[in-house]
Design a protein around this ligand. Structure first.
Ligand SMILES: *Cc1c(COP(=O)(O)O)cnc(C)c1O
Length: 374
């Protein structure tokens, strides 16, 4: 595909693959369970303003973000469905919750009563989902505090308790013992509310790993993030998942050079040619979110073959060896993440080299890279 770009470095997003991943999730969960698509962090670097409307059109019922400003961005993109802010917020962010008609994760009585006051001022009911900390140790009421928090929040005139949720810390591991303990704590905390004679609001706990491996987590909603984008939450899952990565990160060869034997390449001269070597210069670097940890470690695809990185990844340029690849020309397409012919470089492969997870690799891709949605 040839498109006019300001700079020969871009991200391609495949909407067909997004639809496949969405259909996979639907086929996996129970009929009664709704999907709350997690599009925080600019849809894990994939562009929330484009991804969310597409998912809404496909039938996603709910959206999750990590801060009110992300919620406002979705409203601007035309999202009319409920948007849940998953993280704790400061007072300075409250007004956006009301302005955007967002639903706030409520993890403390202080937040709830502050939102109630704000609702009173705006003559609106502020929607909240109570968070329960069943073992994530991040935010939320402890299971034995939930009933009291629920009763108190219930009395507030300008608060609507729309849901109660918890988050799994280890659903991506083979051994699900910890996840079952979390589920059990969640359920017994909910039972306390039921026993007080209340009908429960929307309850949810499942993330991507749980959708693949833990059917007990299919409650009113599930909250898939990474699998929407076609990436696996870990390689330690028990079940297969038919997913297709929706993102490719591409650039073009901007220059070809021949260096003689014994030449040093890049900052710190960390690579020296043994023989004469043909190299290609790429106009991307760590400023684009292409990790510097790939220096002398990573590979890219050119003409359907792997080309190893030589020397250190620079801020805006990277050098790869094309000594073994025939017919490389200036302007040739280079795949940094994604497929070319039979070969593929996954975000997981890059993450492995960098000692991190695929989540971080895609999230860190620069927002300045142009995105093409096909
Ligand atoms: C990020 C997040 C998710 C989605 O996690 P994935 O592993 O990407 O599916 C779900 N729930 C909460 C509370 C989160 O913070």
């Amino acid at each position: 595909m040839r498109v006019e770009l300001k700079r020969p470095a871009w991200i391609e997003i495949d909407f067909k693959a997004l639809e496949k991943n969405y259909n996979f999730i639907r086929s996996r969960i129970d009929k009664k369970t709704k999907i709350a698509a997690v599009v925080k962090a600019n849809a894990y670097g994939h562009g929330a303003a484009k991804i969310a409307p597409k998912l809404s059109q496909l039938g996603v019922e709910y959206f999750c973000v990590s801060s009110p400003d992300e919620g406002i961005e979705l409203r601007r993109a035309g999202i009319k469905k409920p948007i849940l802010v998953l993280a704790e917020v400061l007072e300075t962010q409250y007004s956006e919750i009301v302005k955007g008609d967002l639903t706030q994760a409520a993890a403390s009585l202080e937040t709830i009563s502050a939102l109630d006051k704000l609702g009173a001022k705006a003559k609106k009911k502020v929607k909240v989902h109570l968070v329960v900390d069943t073992g994530m140790g991040r935010i939320g009421f402890f299971p034995d505090q939930l009933n009291e928090a629920y009763q108190l929040a219930k009395k507030l005139k300008n608060i609507k308790i729309d849901g109660i949720f918890s988050h799994l810390a280890r659903a991506d591991e083979k051994d699900k013992t910890y996840s079952y303990q979390q589920l059990q704590k969640f359920n017994s905390a909910l039972d306390n509310i039921r026993e007080s004679g209340f009908k429960l609001p929307l309850i949810h706990i499942g993330n991507s790993a749980a959708i693949i491996d833990l059917k007990e987590s299919f409650l009113d909603l599930v909250r898939p993030g990474i699998i929407l984008y076609g990436l696996l939450p870990s390689k330690n899952l028990n079940n297969e998942a038919a997913l297709t990565p929706i993102l490719s990160f591409k650039t073009r060869v901007v220059q070809l050079r021949q260096l003689s034997a014994g030449s040093a390449i890049g900052y710190g001269s960390t690579y020296k040619t043994e023989n004469k070597e043909k190299l290609a210069v790429l106009p991307i670097g760590y400023k684009d979110g292409y990790p510097r940890l790939l220096s002398n470690q990573g590979e890219v695809l050119i003409n359907g073959q792997r080309a190893p990185i030589r020397g250190r990844v620079c801020m805006g340029q990277t050098i790869v060896s094309v000594d073994h690849i025939k017919n490389v020309e200036v302007g040739d397409e280079v795949v940094l993440i994604g497929k070319q012919g039979e070969k593929e470089i996954s975000a997981a492969e890059i993450a492995e080299i960098c000692g991190t997870i695929n989540y971080e690799i895609v999230c860190n891709l620069s927002e300045r890279l142009e995105k093409i949605y096909v």
